[in-house]
Write a protein that binds this ligand. Structure first.
Ligand code: GLN
Length: 391
């Protein structure tokens, strides 16, 4: 009999999401989940109401595959209002199942096998598999500790005639970096020189503390070579709704529409209608969101430092990437497994954010998108359990 591998070489190249595995372990051991980044509090009442109303009002069949017209209009209006971007809601916006599908559909739409895609490292774990599933070769460029700045020489060396796209996640998961205008300008210059597209992940755009978020598409000339990806999950605390969007030049948007149509047809219609309303929330809402997360950040940064964790204060998003060498001699995976089982707190092993796991062995990622009581309890549990670490 001929022996054939039952799963493709593609999927053999990556593992199950470690972040979601940690969520399962957290549930199994009754641990507080500071691993997978989702809030343990409810979205704004008016947004919940809008979803229920949309279901009752009959928005229960497919929307236009690339997004309900009302939502695309609301997205275009918001980008104009906040960033001064001029977007055609009919030709340049594609709504899909979360920023996750947007990134996948975008890569499928722009990348061919053999193309190279530049990814800053440490990176949000999805970008690796996204690239592999498209047949692309990822080129990793390290962010330099302790401030996680871009190493411009390393970045320059990563570009070649094979480079098709660069993935830019700002505010950044897992480092908390908010890339500054000078860094974006340096990236833009290289992308212009090498005719490279920028695929951004701006899902934490409203969660910044120390510097404003600058979308790559707002830099001179860059709207034409940038796909701006964002979504509702983090801004409105609705990670389970799966509503995200990609804003792109119309020729690229056409490609993304096709990939998206055959992947999922569409994002949930009533939830799209609800997010169209959420996008009209007053500015106070966004200020309140950032202020709330800033308080949580300050508390967790101080609390973790007191416990001996060595970390750089995040400037945005809701994660803390911390060194663990002052706390334990265990590696990241051993520590995360011990902590979820015996310490009652789940974190993400640092290695899941690096192509070479060895580079993340001394780190773990905490999230702080939880209620104050949850965070206080997590700090108490850490304080009680750290002295009991076996080594
Ligand atoms: N973006 C969230 C995180 O980084 C959730 C990711 C996921 O489910 N893989 O934790």
């Amino acid at each position: 009999m001929v022996g054939k591998a039952r799963v493709s070489r593609k999927v053999q190249q990556f593992t199950e999401s470690v972040i979601r595995e940690m969520t399962r372990l957290a549930q199994q051991y009754g641990a507080i989940n500071l691993a997978q980044g989702f809030p343990d509090f409810e979205p704004p009442e008016s947004v919940q109401e809008a979803a229920c109303r949309a279901i009752r009002d009959g928005y229960n069949q497919y929307a236009v595959t690339w997004g309900a017209p009302r939502l695309r209009q609301a997205i275009a209006d918001r980008y104009r209002q906040v960033y001064g971007l001029d977007i055609d809601p009919d030709r340049q916006v594609v709504v899909a199942c979360g920023a996750t599908e947007c990134m996948m559909a975008t890569m499928l739409a722009v990348v061919d096998p053999g193309d190279e895609v530049i990814v800053f490292e440490p990176f949000y774990e999805n970008y690796g598999p996204d690239g592999i599933l498209c047949g692309a070769t990822p080129r990793y460029v390290p962010l330099v500790e302790p401030d996680w700045r871009i190493d411009l020489d390393a970045l320059r060396r990563a570009f070649s005639s094979k480079t098709k796209a660069l993935v830019l996640n700002t505010p950044n998961n897992p480092t908390g970096r908010v890339f500054r205008r000078d860094e974006l300008e340096a990236i833009a210059e290289l992308c212009n020189e090498w005719d490279v597209l920028v695929l951004t992940d701006e899902i934490y755009e409203y969660i910044t503390y120390d510097a404003p978020h600058v979308p790559m598409a707002t830099l001179p000339g860059m709207a034409d070579r940038t796909v701006t990806i964002s979504g509702a999950s983090k801004t409105y605390s609705v990670t389970g709704w799966r509503v995200g969007w990609a804003v792109a030049p119309s020729d690229i948007a056409d490609g993304i529409k096709k990939a998206h149509d055959f992947l999922t047809v569409g994002a949930p219609h009533p939830l799209q209608e609800a997010i169209a309303e959420a996008l009209r929330l007053p500015e106070d809402y966004y200020r309140g969101l950032a202020a709330m997360y800033r308080r949580k950040r300050d508390r967790m940064v101080a609390g973790l430092r007191e416990l001996g964790f060595r970390l750089t204060t995040p400037e945005g998003a809701y994660y803390i990437m911390s060194d663990i060498r002052d706390v334990t001699a265990m590696d990241d995976v051993a520590f995360a497994r011990w902590l979820v089982q015996y310490g009652g707190v789940a974190v993400v092993p640092g290695s899941s954010f690096y192509a070479n796991p060895a580079d993340g062995r001394t780190k773990v990622r905490f999230n702080f998108c939880k209620q104050d009581e949850t965070l206080e309890e997590a700090l108490r549990r850490l304080q009680a359990s750290l002295p009991r670490i076996p080594y």
